[in-house]
Design a protein around this ligand. Structure first.
Ligand SMILES: CC(=O)N[C@H]1[C@@H](OP(=O)(O)OP(=O)(O)OC[C@H]2O[C@@H](n3ccc(=O)[nH]c3=O)[C@H](O)[C@@H]2O)O[C@H](CO)[C@@H](O)[C@@H]1O
Ligand SMILES: C=C(OP(=O)(O)O)C(=O)O
Length: 433
């Protein structure tokens, strides 16, 4: 069984380079479905698992994809007749597979996609995606674990979202690029990754206006073509390293981190006594021996990102006093805290609010990563824990971090990833003895 093993107590020092944003790349890969001519070339694409799963799904749909001549370059050619079915093999592995729905519907008029289930951070319904497709004129059927959407052609309309869902905004935006007339998405998600997708779509010939604001207006066009795009740096990876520097009382330059995208995190770090210096190509973070408590609420952008919530709770647990974390995006995103309890964390959870009773003195323990960011939080805790921490299910981290432990090693962390034999094995039921 693979584990990440960490010996805590080493301040991080040096420079780390941030990869391209996973959450920007995934919808861009899906957007390549819309290009009936030419290729979509994406630069700054790390080979994290989620990107590879989306790549396999595109191949399954009959797009031709390849890593390009340049490092971290992905080339996608969708100018072939496409298949329109995404099976549970893909959707079950990664919820973002749902992002092929809008583009496939726009391009082929039909899509059959397995229903994504809930996951370890929440139920994650897809009603807003479906409502958007329906309002554009698709008829939706649900049967045998699949959603089927079909249309003669899509027609632009006004689509108010009950919640500024990132995925629904992206899916509807992609579907609307080739709809007849104008689509207006109201209460749209304002995340930088949505802006990135709009920029790529516009390079492909779409007419998307207002991305990054609450109202996005899409004027439909007849067809989209290939384009080349360099993806923005991953603000969640950047934030994770900024917090790793802060908790270890380190001094780290996070190269590629964009202050504007990390503004809510920077504000909280400064409130907690951490020094944050904005530089030309990144952000330098200098830790402190005493972290101050803080109250944090996750919110859609530009609020504090839910994808940095588990990592932030580690800082709050270490702070000198009581902090609170309110999770307003996903209803089950405190599972990492139960794992941190094994490491001596003290907290109470009441619905969406976690009260973090600092200062916790972490002691190394064996813990399990329940999802990507939970895994990152456990590794961060391991960096400051007394003794050895072992994090099970490290493949969760591979979904969105490339060379995570190697980058920490380079910054001076005592960390490794090893295959350790499982001592507990049951004989299969059908083969007793
Ligand atoms: C691949 C990707 O970009 N993933 C990000 C994306 O996920 P994702 O796009 O899935 O997140 P959403 O913004 O859609 O979800 C936010 C909230 O809206 C709810 N909801 C969403 C859709 C819907 O049809 N109905 C509904 O109720 C969800 O259950 C959740 O409670 O944004 C999240 C919020 O910033 C991030 O944590 C994820 O890392
Ligand atoms: C929740 C995340 O991703 P996804 O939406 O793909 O599950 C994440 O990146 O933290």
């Amino acid at each position: 069984m693979e584990k990440i093993i960490i010996k805590g107590g080493h301040p991080l020092k040096g420079k780390v380079v941030v990869e391209g944003s996973k959450n920007a790349i995934l919808p861009m890969q899906a957007a390549a479905i819309l290009a009936v001519q030419g290729t979509v070339i994406l630069n700054n694409v790390p080979p994290v698992t989620d990107v590879r799963v989306m790549d396999r799904l595109l191949q399954f749909l009959n797009l031709k994809t390849a890593y390009g001549e340049k490092e971290r370059q992905l080339v996608i050619n969708g100018s072939f007749p496409l298949s329109s079915e995404a099976t549970y093999d893909y959707v079950g592995k990664m919820r973002a597979s749902l992002l092929v729905m809008g583009p496939l519907l726009a391009r082929t008029g039909y899509v059959r996609i397995a229903l994504p289930g809930g996951c370890s951070i929440g139920a994650r319904p897809i009603d807003l995606h479906l409502k958007g497709m329906e309002m554009l004129g698709a008829s939706i059927k649900q049967d045998a674990g699949f959603i089927e959407a079909s249309c003669n052609h899509l027609v632009g309309t006004r689509i108010p979202l009950d919640f500024p869902s990132v995925g629904a905004t992206e899916n509807i935006m992609m579907a609307a690029t080739m709809a007849e007339g104008i689509t207006t998405i109201e209460n749209a998600a304002c995340e930088p990754e949505v802006v990135e997708l709009a920029n790529l779509l516009n390079k492909m010939g779409a007419r998307v206006h207002g991305a990054g604001s609450k109202v996005i207006r899409i004027q439909g066009v007849y067809f989209l073509h290939g384009a080349e795009y360099t993806v923005m740096p991953d603000r969640i990876e950047a934030g994770t390293f900024m917090m790793a520097a802060a908790i270890t009382n380190g001094d780290v330059i996070v190269n590629g981190a964009v202050p504007e995208y990390s503004a809510s995190l920077i504000a909280k770090l400064e409130e907690m006594g951490v020094t944050v210096i904005k530089q030309a190509n990144g952000i330098r973070v200098l830790g402190t021996s005493v972290l101050l408590p803080a109250a944090v609420k996750t919110m859609p952008y530009p609020g504090f990102p839910t994808d940095l919530q588990p990592q932030m709770t580690v800082l709050q647990l270490l702070a000198n006093g009581t902090s609170t974390m309110e999770e307003h995006v996903f209803e089950k995103r405190f599972m990492h805290l139960e794992e941190l309890r094994r490491m001596n964390a003290h907290f109470q959870i009441n619905g969406a609010v976690a009260t973090l009773l600092g200062p916790s003195h972490f002691s190394g323990a064996e813990v399990a990563a329940t999802d990507l960011r939970a895994g990152a939080a456990l590794v961060l805790a391991g960096l400051v824990a007394k003794g050895i921490t072992q994090v099970r299910q490290p493949d969760c981290l591979d979904r969105g971090y490339f060379h995570f432990y190697q980058k920490l090693q380079k910054l001076g962390a005592q960390i490794d990833r090893r295959d350790i034999e499982d001592q507990f094995k049951l004989t299969p039921m059908n083969n007793p003895g």
